[in-house]
Design a protein around this ligand. Structure first.
Ligand code: FES
Length: 347
């Protein structure tokens, strides 16, 4: 299930002083496996200082592009991102798991009006969505609201200006900078007033079909709240967190649980401590379950509970109806019952 393929890196180019775009070639025989919807991500795997590290990165290129590109911002105390920024070179190969993720744009064949709010490296899936929106229908429009500290720290700055020149009537960008005053940009961060400016002023005559939000939790919550105040149906609001901090207190009690895991049509059973996380316990048993971020933001580790109950520490991905259907993020889940059966194949 969590199969990785060796892909060749064909370019590593600087996007800003602290981020790079990594371009990968997809060989002909893997093209089907690596077909994706705009907004999805891939997981990259690398051994760094003797430890295997997996990280999920959003694809920034168009689904129609011949090569696949991801943007990686260097996280100062990180492991994978400093390696990708400083050591990875064109010509290297890297282990890659095919695209996945639920934050997607799918063309419908009808004209659609889309708006996206992105901050920092949250732009990466939004770039792919913008390409897909603009390429997939001649009457589609795309409004991008994009916050950064300064133009120099703005990932994909030139590509965005190129889109602006290419699709003059259908693409609009509103930059915001929190540390630099620039002509044609707002000063500050994306907040409720920015959302209202777009909805009630600049595009007051446009009815947007879908809203895409990507960035840190604070921005996403503020934009969601303002959209809700503007009576936007939450089914039309799609979001992806790039960092998350909210962890809820769980009601997990002391004790052991008997776990049954179905993965790739095989069934495994073992006993785990309820204070531990399900994914950690599964990996400790050498079961090759899918995972990437281990932080509740990427959705790779989803499984369905078929018997028993589990409780998540954090969840910003699964909707209420998905939770009712029994889906859990295994990297965030503790068992609550003496028996817990989960199925990674039925998702
Ligand atoms: S591994 Fe990313 S959400 Fe669980």
């Amino acid at each position: 299930m969590s199969t990785y393929y060796s892909l060749k890196v064909t370019a590593v180019s600087a996007l800003t002083p602290s981020s790079v775009a990594i371009t990968l070639t997809i060989p002909e025989d893997l093209k089907d496996k690596f077909t994706f919807n705009a907004g999805q991500h891939i997981s990259l795997k690398q051994t760094i200082d003797g430890e295997e590290v997996r990280r999920a990165y959003s694809i920034s290129s168009a689904p129609t592009a011949t090569e696949m590109t991801v943007g990686i911002k260097k996280v100062e105390d990180g492991t994978f991102s400093p390696w990708a920024n400083d050591a990875l070179k064109s010509g290297d190969t890297i282990e890659v798991m095919p695209p996945y993720g639920r934050f997607i744009f799918k063309p419908t064949g009808e004209a659609q009006h889309i708006v996206a709010f992105a901050a920092g490296s949250g732009i990466t899936p939004i770039m792919s969505i913008a390409y897909s929106v603009l390429e997939s229908h001649p009457d589609n429009t795309f409004v991008l609201v994009y916050g950064n500290q300064s133009p120099e720290e703005t990932m994909y700055h030139q590509e965005i200006l190129d889109l602006n020149n290419k699709y003059t009537d259908r693409f609009y960008v509103q930059f915001l900078y929190s540390r630099s005053r620039e002509e044609d940009a707002l000063f500050g961060r994306i907040d409720g007033s920015t959302v209202n400016l777009i909805l009630k002023n600049k595009f007051k005559d446009r009815s947007f079909d879908h809203f895409y939000l990507c960035g840190p939790e604070g921005m996403i919550n503020t934009v969601k709240e303002t959209l809700s105040n503007n009576k936007i149906d939450k089914k039309r609001v799609h979001s992806e967190l790039f960092t998350t901090t909210s962890k809820k207190e769980t009601t997990v009690s002391e004790g052991q649980t008997e776990i049954e895991v179905t993965l790739d049509d095989e069934v495994f059973t073992f006993v785990m401590d309820r204070k531990k996380l399900v994914l950690d316990a599964v990996l400790k048993e050498d079961i090759d379950a899918p995972y990437s971020c281990q932080g509740g933001v990427c959705s790779t580790c989803i499984a369905r509970v078929t018997e028993g109950k589990a409780e998540m520490e954090k969840n910003q991905i699964l909707t209420d109806s998905e939770i009712e259907e029994g889906f859990i993020l295994t990297c965030q889940s503790h068992p609550l019952t003496p028996v817990l059966k989960i199925d990674y194949d039925d998702v």
